[in-house]
Design a binder for this molecule. Structure first.
Ligand code: TRP
Length: 451
C-alpha cells in the first residue's frame, strides 16, 4: 500500500543552493569544531591531516556520492529505498540508520545543550574563570538535561516546518553567518601573541604517527562522523532533489567545505589555547579543549573575551543545529514514508523519544562518550560498509541511466565504481575489525560501570 506523501506532494528543496547549504550544514557540526583539531594535534598534525584527506577522497566522497545517488533515484526515505531496490533483505540496514539517527541525536543534543548554555552565559554574566569546575557542574545533571530538552525542542521546531520551509530556510540563514563568524575568529586568533606556537602544535607533522594503526581508525571514524555518512542522513536529503545534477560534484563540494571548516576551527582553537598557556587541559579530552580551555582564555580577556566567547559559542550552536536537524529528519522521513504519519505527528513524537533517550547522556558524560564510541563511530562504519556493498553490488549493475545522469564525468564514474566495489569495503572491513575491542569496552561502560 502506498503510504505517506505521494511523489507530487512530497516536499523538496526550493533551490539548488538550498540543498547544498543544508548538506554542508549537516556535515559541519560539533564534530568539526570539537573533534577534528584535537585528533589532528594528537595524531601527527599535518601528517594526520594528509592521511585524513586521502581517506576523505578514497572513502568519503565515493560513499557520499553513493548516498546521493540512492536518495535522488528513489525519492523516498532510506528504509523504503533499500527495500525497493534490494528487497526485504536490505530493510534491516534502513532500521540501523534510524537507530543511529536516534542514538546520535540523543547525545549530540546534550553537547549542543552545553553549547547553548555557554552562549547564553557568555552574553550575560560571562563564563566563570574556574572553567573546569564550571564545566563539571553544568555538564551532568539537571542543568545538562534542561539544555538537552531545549535544544531538542529547537530541532523539532525547525523540522516540523518541513524541507523547504524548515530545514532549507534554517540552512540558508545560519550557514553564511557561521562562515563569516568563523573567518572573523580565525583572523582575530592570528593576531594573538601565541598564535605561532598554537599553529605549530596543531600542525607540526610527525610522520611516525602514520604507522600507528590508531590513525586509520581515528581518521576513518572522524571522516564518517564529520561528513554525516553511514546512516542515511545525506541519502534522506538527496531524496528531496527533484532535478538532474552531477552528484559526484555535489559530494566533492560538501566534503571540501566540511574539511575547510574543520581546518579553520583548528586555526581558531589552537592559538587561543597557546596564547593563554592552557595546554595542560587539552590533553584530558577533546571536549575539554572546547568547554574548559577556550572559555578560560575568553574569561581572562575582559570585554574582548566576552565578545569573542559569545561569537564562538553562537557559531557552535548554529553548527550544531543544522546538524541535529539532519539527524532528526532521517527518523522523521522513515516514519512519514513507512507508516504514513504526518510530518507534525512524526516530528513531535520522535523528538520526544530522542529527548527521553538522551537522559542517560545528560546525567553521565561517561555514558555520553561510550554512546559516541559505539554509535557515532562503530555503527557508522558498519552502516558505510553495508552501504558500499549495497551500492556496489546491487545498484551499480542495474542503474546505468541514473549513474550516467548522476555522475557526469566518465572518468569519475569509473574511479567511483572501483572505490565503491573494492576499495571502500576492504578498508572499512579492516577498520571494523580494529574497532571491535574498543567498541566492546564502550558497550560495557554503557551498561555496566556507566551511570
Ligand atoms: N556531521 C555532524 C558533525 O560533524 C554530525 C552529524 C549530523 C552526523 N548528521 C549526521 C553524523 C549523520 C553522522 C551521521 O558534527
Amino acid at each position: 500500500m502506498a503510504t505517506g506523501a505521494t511523489p507530487s506532494t512530497r516536499d523538496s528543496w526550493a533551490t539548488h543552493a538550498g540543498f547544498l547549504l543544508a548538506a554542508v550544514g549537516s556535515a559541519v557540526g560539533l564534530g568539526n569544531m570539537w573533534r577534528f583539531s584535537y585528533i589532528a594535534s594528537q595524531g601527527g598534525g599535518a601528517a594526520f591531516i594528509i592521511a585524513y584527506l586521502v581517506l576523505v577522497a578514497v572513502i568519503g566522497i565515493p560513499l557520499m556520492t553513493s548516498e546521493f545517488i540512492v536518495g535522488r533515484m528513489t525519492q523516498v526515505s532510506p528504509a523504503k529505498a533499500l527495500r525497493e531496490l534490494g528487497g526485504t533483505a536490505w530493510s534491516p540496514l534502513g532500521w540501523l540508520f534510524v537507530f543511529c539517527g536516534f542514538g546520535i541525536l540523543s547525545y549530540y543534543s546534550v553537547i549542543a545543550g552545553w553549547t547553548m548554555r555557554y552562549a547564553i552565559v557568555a552574553i550575560g554574566t560571562g563564563i566563570p574563570a574556574e572553567t573546569g569546575e564550571y564545566f563539571g557542574e553544568v555538564s551532568q545533571g539537571t542543568d545538562a538535561l534542561i539544555g538537552h530538552l531545549v535544544f531538542i525542542a529547537l530541532t523539532v521546531f525547525v523540522v516540523v516546518g518541513g524541507v523547504k520551509h524548515g530545514i532549507e530556510r534554517a540552512a540558508v540563514i545560519l550557514m553564511p553567518v557561521l562562515f563569516l563568524l568563523l573567518i572573523g575568529l580565525a583572523v582575530w586568533a592570528f593576531t594573538l601573541p601565541g598564535s605561532r606556537e598554537g599553529y605549530s602544535n596543531y600542525l607540526d607533522p610527525s610522520f611516525g604517527e602514520l604507522f600507528n594503526r590508531r590513525i586509520l581508525t581515528d581518521a576513518a571514524g572522524q571522516a564518517f562522523f564529520s561528513l554525516s555518512l553511514g546512516m542515511g542522513a545525506l541519502m534522506t536529503y538527496a531524496s528531496y532533489i527533484r532535478d538532474k545534477r552531477d552528484l559526484g560534484r555535489e559530494a566533492t563540494i560538501v566534503a571540501t567545505c566540511d574539511f575547510g571548516v574543520a581546518f579553520l576551527a583548528g586555526l581558531v582553537v589552537f592559538p587561543i589555547i597557546f596564547s593563554f598557556g592552557l595546554t595542560d587541559q587539552v590533553g584530558e579530552s577533546s571536549v575539554g579543549a572546547l568547554f574548559i580551555s577556550l572559555p578560560a582564555g575568553f574569561s581572562s580577556m575582559g570585554v574582548a573575551g566576552k565578545i569573542v566567547g559569545t561569537t564562538f559559542f553562537i557559531m557552535l550552536l548554529f553548527a550544531a543545529l543544522t546538524s541535529s536537524i539532519s539527524l532528526l529528519e532521517v527518523v522523521v522521513a522513515a516514519f512519514i514514508d513507512g507508516l504514513g504519519w504526518t510530518r507534525k505527528k512524526a516530528t513531535i513524537t520522535l523528538g520526544a523519544v530522542a529527548a527521553a533517550l538522551g537522559i542517560p547522556s545528560a546525567y553521565s558524560t561517561n555514558f555520553l562518550g561510550a554512546a559516541d564510541a559505539v554509535i557515532g563511530n562503530f555503527l557508522l562504519i558498519v552502516g558505510g560498509l553495508l552501504t558500499s556493498i549495497f551500492v556496489g553490488y546491487v545498484i551499480l549493475p542495474k542503474a546505468d541511466a541514473e549513474l550516467a545522469q548522476g555522475l557526469e564525468s566518465p572518468l569519475f564514474r569509473k574511479g567511483w565504481a572501483i572505490m565503491v566495489r573494492y576499495v571502500v569495503p576492504l578498508i572499512l572491513a579492516v577498520v571494523c575489525f580494529f574497532l571491535i575491542a574498543p567498541t566492546w569496552a564502550a558497550i560495557q561502560t554503557m551498561f555496566g560501570a556507566g551511570g
